[in-house]
Each structure stands twice: as C-alpha cells, then as structure tokens.
Design a protein. Structure first.
Length: 80
C-alpha cells in the first residue's frame, strides 16, 4: 500500500504508471505528446484525493539493467 499523507514533491512516491497515449508534435530534435498516469493515493474514504500532484518530472539519468525491458530512472519532480 502506498503512503497517504505525503507532501510536496514526495508525492511522486505514489506514482504507479505512466502511459504515452498520443505523440502529436514532431521536430528535428524530438517529439511531444499526451500521457496518462496512475497515482495510487486512495484515502480512508476510498477515492483519489491528491490535487497537489501537478508539476514536472525531469529525467536525470537512465540506466539499462540486466532484465529485459527494465530501466532505472533517476528523476526530479518539481511541483507546481
């Protein structure tokens, strides 16, 4: 079970999944699009109650590990 009372940027610890659902802009140096995410933050009442989960996740490093299709990401989450 994920923690319920996280504050500030620590709320990223409740992030469970990110899905890239649509790539809609392209350039010579990259592309961008929309994503869908799943935050595991149910309260005692049983519903998601985390309006503070807004911000930017920046990938700092990516490391491939031995297991197939597994990567270790180091990220910084800036709220706001």
């Amino acid at each position: 079970m994920k923690e319920r009372d996280l504050k500030g940027s620590d709320i990223i610890l409740n992030l469970k999944e990110i899905h890239i659902v649509n790539i809609d802009s392209f350039s010579s140096s990259g592309c961008a699009g929309r994503v869908r995410f799943n935050i595991e933050c149910q309260t005692k009442q049983g519903y998601c109650e985390d309006p503070d989960f807004l911000g930017s996740i920046k990938i700092l490093t990516v490391e491939k590990i031995k297991e197939q299709n597994m990567y270790l990401l180091k990220v910084r989450f800036d709220t706001g």
